[in-house]
Design a protein around this ligand. Sequence first.
Ligand code: NAD
Length: 495
Amino acid sequence: MKSLKYWHDMAAEIRPETRLFIDGAFVDAAQGRRFESVNPATGRVLAEMAQGGVEDVDRAVSAARRAFRSGVWSRMAPRDRMAVLYRAAALIEKHADEFAVLDCLDMGKPITELVSGDVPFSALTFQYFGETIDKIDGMVTSTDPSALHMIVREPLGVVACVTPWNYPLMMAAWKVAPALAAGNSVVLKPAEQTPMSALLLARLLAEAGIPEGVFNVVNGFGEEIGRHLALHMDVDKISFTGSTEVGKLMMIYSGQSNMKRVTTECGGKSPQILMRDADLDMAVTYAVNGIYTNQGEVCSAGSRLLVHESIYPDFVEKFLREAGRFQPGDPLDPETTMGPLVTREQQTRVLGYIESGREDGAELVLGGGRPDGLSAGSYVQPTLFKDVTPDMKIAREEIFGPVGAVMSFETEEQAIEIANGSIYGLASSIWTRDLNTAHRMARDIQAGIVWVNCYEHGDMTQPWGGYKQSGQGRDKCFDTMLAHMQTKSVWINLG
Ligand code: NAD
């Protein structure tokens, strides 16, 4: 691992691109507006970013449409398109440290997590979807001999990708790579809290050979340009990751405009269920990681810890010991395991949830406030409540911070009832040594992802998405390619 000095030097020297990327060029916003990107670890302004408005979105969408119609990308030979995405993957790897520093400064995620997780997984995403390009086949169906019926798959057209701030580069990669691989043109709107790394991605995609107009980045605010994109009559699909609240708006915007396709990857309140026969030491290690990694700002954070009553006291004791691994600090320090929350606003929101846990009568056994000596940043201590009941706000709502809620249960049925008693259904885990229990519970849990005796394991083949109000899309996996295409039936009369 590189030293603290290495990362600090790089952070001091890096000059992030701040303009928009439209039609193959970096440009200022039409109205010349700018907004500040702030470092949540220090409260200092990192950069004055170009703030896109509706004119910029319109320019980006028309560039994307023009490029799509020209066929320069949408009809490029599959092998050539594959080569471009492979080059993109290689360039992301080559510029890994720059990406890591940009997202670390912008979002507060520990540099070690970026270097070992977000950045290599983003490169892999371009590689994986590149590999799928020539694996997409059409079909000739069995019809009467007087006809030839072909089902062909075609790209959709212009895809708008709207992304959140918690994995800035990686969420962009998950959205953009399959859209491009399928032959679409893309307009990416990153979260306004983390606008920087998408512009480096734009430069590298151009260098990799993505033609002008095929990939565009417009930074700015959700209610202004996110909304405008989602209502745009010339956008064919919204690929959205973010809150459930805004995900629902996306579906409304589609209905109010051109019925564009919408896929949503939204919030979660995922249960980690420890049965009586769980491997407790291992389960605790995963449970702690499951809630404190990335400061708990993870859609799949295992924020509800459902523990069988027979192991409940042991679990809490071991958890408190293990939680010491997560110490808030300078996210550029390779030793740091927990950074600040993304903004002051998010810090206030999370502290408000902690207050509500206290008021509702849960017992605070860890953290609960701001850590000492880090007041310039928007930090919150790793926090744990025990004796939480399913009706409490901290057990029902997505906190999106380092706050775990421990609940006990007596029977398997009760565990399933609590686990499923949520508007969300993104991820879950079951800890048991009994095969029958594992299979039964995996079947009964209403969630898009069920981990057995692990948490956050997976690879590119794993469909990522939720049941219920966690959204209706799937990221990663082969099917995601198909969700960026449409089928056409070509019926030829041979009679
Ligand atoms: P958010 O919904 O506030 O914002 C997401 C994006 O939508 C941003 O780009 C924002 O600018 C834009 N936006 C906001 N309001 C809009 C509007 N009215 N119209 C159009 N666009 C609008 O979410 P966030 O706070 O950036 O991210 C955190 C949320 O994302 C959490 O709920 C988390 O669970 C979710 N998330 C889900 C997944 C998943 O895979 N399921 C992954 C990461 C994050």
